[in-house]
Design a protein around this ligand. Sequence first.
Ligand code: NAP
Length: 253
Amino acid sequence: MTAEANHILLLAGTSEARQLGKTLAETFPESRLTASFAGVVRDLPDLGVPTRVGGFGGVEGLLAYLRQEKITAIVDATHPFAAQMSHNAAEAAKTLKLPLLRLERPSWQPGESDRWTHVVSMDEAAMALPTGARAFLAIGRKEIERFTHRTDIFGLARMIEPPPAPLPGSWELLLSRPPTSAAEEISLFRDRNITHVVTKNSGGSRSIAKIEAARALKLPVIMIARPQLPDAETAPTVAALVDRLRQILANRN
Ligand code: NAP
């Protein structure tokens, strides 16, 4: 196999995937590179590389795509809570004996003064909120329905795309991406008299502002642990992943 024959599939959907699109294209100029988005959000970022959009159709669909496109390596840079895609990628890579590298940013850790309640599911997070709480819910459109039975609280739900079903009438929906500055989050939490912050343990810097704001305002945080992901080789950063991919591709050529 020649270096030209490499075709890397980048499973995207995170800020790291954006960095990877650029870095992989620069590092492996002789390889083909295709980025893939689920297509959940409408304003997709331009990764600067050829892109496909939409689900593959489960493991079978992914296998067909990998064969058809002669993919030689998969980079899974999906969100830590996008477990289904990671499972499908791991299974397909195993079947076709393709190298798979997953970018796995470290989880957020509480500081000494942080008041975190650790939970393992959306349902447990919903139950952890006391009656009368004014909760900031950094929960996506897919999972928000796990909280909407809590009509005894005020929920300020922020997500990028609207939820499939309406939220309780007394709640507020904020359709936006998370801000990068803690000051903006502090101002939002103050303005809505937020008493609790509910968030997935996404890790990384892109959406850490809400954690910093909760810390600054001494707000309790309900922290939802990550789902179990399949066994796969992982790298914690873009740079580490690119280094490892370089070795893998060199060994294949
Ligand atoms: P998921 O539950 O793991 O995946 C559901 C289905 O969406 C997959 O089975 C696959 O469909 C399709 N899919 C997911 N990622 C894809 C990709 N990069 N390219 C093509 N198809 C993809 O994922 P999710 O939680 O719905 O997340 C969807 C996307 O949003 C992911 O790319 C993820 O990185 C991003 N995202 C998720 C979160 C979150 O909290 N879950 C947060 C930020 C960003 P088929 O089975 O038909 O192939």
